[in-house]
Design a protein around this ligand. Structure first.
Ligand SMILES: Cc1cc2nc3c(=O)[nH]c(=O)nc-3n(C[C@H](O)[C@H](O)[C@H](O)COP(=O)(O)OP(=O)(O)OC[C@H]3O[C@@H](n4cnc5c(N)ncnc54)[C@H](O)[C@@H]3O)c2cc1C
Length: 400
């Protein structure tokens, strides 16, 4: 059996690994657009910050692919799939036959329609080439602006700061991480970011990246301007859909798959950041990881169902622990909000109650009690009588 995998990111590479573990005979070929072997993308943050050298970016050494008999064709993008003929088409119209195909071609950074976004000195961070270009630019343009105060924007800001750049993160919402935090939590996080020398500007929409050929700053819709010779746009990602669309695979926001991770065409499975499953486009590692494993099993005839991935709510953002679960910004009446903060230590805790039951929580700056409060919210535990004790570092959550 010949299995072709398109894309050598996490989903493609880990699917190949799982396939080989279960099937010693299959021919496995990976076609990759990038010219590098697989590297986990979070490593790019550590690489940009200077904490991880180039040779430690990669998950597996070159010899591993030989030992596993996984044939990776780097810098060889697939242009089209011909599902009826069971072939792919690469450069020079060359066609290669497969028995089963896994589409794992991922996602790309979303660039909003900002005037000047195509100027020299403007980047996003998705690939190793992006990271190398950013570092190259930073040498002569150490004043940087990051557009987007979400998780990736804050991480990029921290990485650039570690390199000694002057960094300003700009966010259109009035506080940082609006999906995970509330205004007070966002304010405490902002102070923590500022302690590490990163400026944060909130509630500003970018109108234009200024400059002639090259970026020299940003103008906001309110007319204010800031100087920056390096601009990073961190405004989310979008699945890569062109290949699927050119090949007649059904797509919506992502490539549509069923519970067996089959696309709309026989013999073609899909996994990773590029897919849409029951309305979800995940874009996170745990989802790609699970899908890669299940797709590999199904390619080998197992019939394992993908049930969706539980969203992990515990993160580390710019070095700060953060757990955010359930309704953190409740809408409507009948909710009670309890808060505890020690801003000088970057600690902020909040619990949202409805009729005495825990329905949401934010836990920032500490890991103590994270498991307990997560369980309480998941089980909607009644915490009415513990309201005054809940935030103590020593509180015993097993009482709930
Ligand atoms: C800097 C950074 C930090 C991150 N940190 C986290 C984190 O802390 N936690 C987390 O959960 N997630 C994180 N993510 C997201 C995570 O990296 C993705 O969920 C993961 O990479 C998805 O893997 P994938 O294989 O589905 O897609 P991708 O990583 O996008 O890989 C797809 C590959 O397919 C290739 N390709 C595309 N088209 C073609 C074609 N036509 N032919 C051949 N090859 C093609 C692409 O070049 C790419 O190499 C981070 C992302 C970035 C950029």
């Amino acid at each position: 059996m010949k299995i072709i995998i398109i894309g050598n990111g996490l989903a493609g590479t880990l699917a190949a690994k799982a396939l080989r573990e279960d099937d010693k005979q299959a021919e496995i070929e990976i076609y990759a657009e990038e010219k590098y072997l697989y590297y986990p993308r979070p490593n790019l943050i550590e690489f940009v910050s200077g904490h991880l050298p180039h040779d430690r970016l990669f998950a597996f050494p070159e010899r591993w692919y030989g030992q596993q008999r996984i044939d990776v064709r780097l810098a060889t993008p697939v242009r089209r799939i011909l599902p009826d003929a069971r072939q792919i088409e690469i450069l020079d119209d060359r066609r290669i036959a497969y028995d089963t195909l896994l589409l794992a071609n991922g996602a790309s950074s979303f660039i909003p329609p900002i005037r000047g976004a195509d100027r020299k000195g403007v980047f996003s961070l998705r690939t190793l080439d992006n990271a190398l270009d950013i570092l190259d630019r930073l040498k002569d343009h150490p004043r940087a602006a990051v557009i987007g105060g979400g998780l990736l924007g804050l991480e990029v800001g921290r990485a650039l700061r570690s390199r000694g750049a002057e960094v300003e993160v700009v966010e259109v919402f009035p506080y940082l991480l609006p999906r995970q935090l509330d205004p007070r939590g966002g304010a405490i996080l902002k102070t923590e970011m500022e302690k590490s020398g990163i400026r944060v500007r909130l509630g500003v929409a970018t109108e234009e990246i200024l400059g002639d050929q090259e970026a020299r700053g940003i103008r906001f819709k309110n007319g204010e301007e800031i100087a920056a010779g390096t601009v990073i746009i961190a405004a989310g990602v979008r699945p890569n859909l062109k290949l699927a669309q050119a090949s007649g695979l059904p797509t919506d926001r992502g490539v549509l798959v069923n519970e067996y991770l089959e696309t709309g065409k026989a013999g073609i499975y899909a996994a990773g950041d590029g897919i849409q499953f029951k309305g979800f486009v995940y874009g996170i590692i745990p989802a790609s990881f699970e899908q890669a494993r299940i797709a590999a099993a199904n390619i080998l005839g197992r019939k394992i169902k993908y049930e969706g991935t539980v969203l992990s709510n515990t993160l580390k953002v710019a070095g700060i622990h953060l757990t955010s679960i359930g309704q953190v910004n409740p809408d409507g009446s009948g909710f009670e909000e309890l808060r505890f903060e020690r801003p000088e230590e970057g600690i902020y805790k909040k619990v949202v109650l409805k009729d005495g039951a825990a329905v949401g929580a934010i836990w920032m700056g500490t890991k103590n009690g994270v498991n307990g409060i997560t369980r309480a919210v998941t089980q909607k535990a009644n915490i009415e009588k513990w309201k005054n004790d809940l935030f103590a570092e020593t509180f015993d959550f097993s009482l709930l």
